[in-house]
Design a protein around this ligand. Structure first.
Ligand code: ZNH
Length: 163
């Protein structure tokens, strides 16, 4: 069971409150597709991803980046509930929206999209770069520590339906 300190909560909330999704979301997904090009295979429906320039000017990539940030934003607003996903007993007692959201999202990625779950960590790494670029010296080791913990909880919730 994951325990969050008040300071960790405050750090995570602060990161999201300062993040401009319209700007960071597209950068996030461009980075994922350019840095880890094999991830392009899941986006056959997005049209032309043949070069970095094509990826950067693809409106579906931009829109998808914003959708993913909103997914993470839901996790941030329900930090206790996503940890609940780890304990089945507790999860059964907490049939609330975030559990359903993340269960459904995990199922979608595993069964329908068949995304290799290793890619979640790669997306997380790109998002860490996006944050560090924006926050510069404000992205202190303490804040990064809380951030990495948040990411690992989200990734484990997303990976849950794979097993
Ligand atoms: Zn994912 C989709 C989230 C990762 C791939 N996604 C999606 C969505 C969301 C998400 C929210 C929408 C859904 C609906 O609509 O219902 N993701 C997410 C998150 C993450 C992710 C949060 C992390 C962290 N994904 C991912 C990765 C990949 C993916 C890594 C690969 C590589 N997704 C995907 C796809 C899709 C999605 C393919 C579908 C899209 C379209 O539009 O079609």
């Amino acid at each position: 069971m994951v325990v969050w300190t008040d300071q960790e909560r405050a750090f995570i909330q602060d990161i999201f409150s300062k993040l401009n999704y319209e700007d960071a979301g597209p950068e996030l997904y461009c980075r994922v597709l350019i840095v880890y090009p094999w991830t392009q295979r899941y986006f056959g429906g997005f049209g032309n991803l043949y070069s970095a320039e094509a990826i950067k000017s693809n409106p579906m990539v931009a829109a998808h980046g914003i959708v993913v940030l909103h997914g993470l934003d839901k996790a941030m607003k329900n930090m206790d509930d996503i940890t609940v996903l780890k304990g089945l007993e507790k999860a059964l007692k907490n049939m609330d929206n975030i559990k359903n959201t993340f269960t459904a999202l995990s199922e979608l990625h595993s069964e329908k999209l068949q995304v290799d779950p290793g890619n979640f960590q790669l997306l997380g790494d790109c998002l860490t770069v996006v944050l560090a670029r924006r926050m510069t010296t404000d992205f202190t080791p303490d804040i990064q520590a809380a951030w990495q913990k948040f990411l690992s909880v989200v990734i484990s919730a997303l990976t849950r339906q794979y097993y």
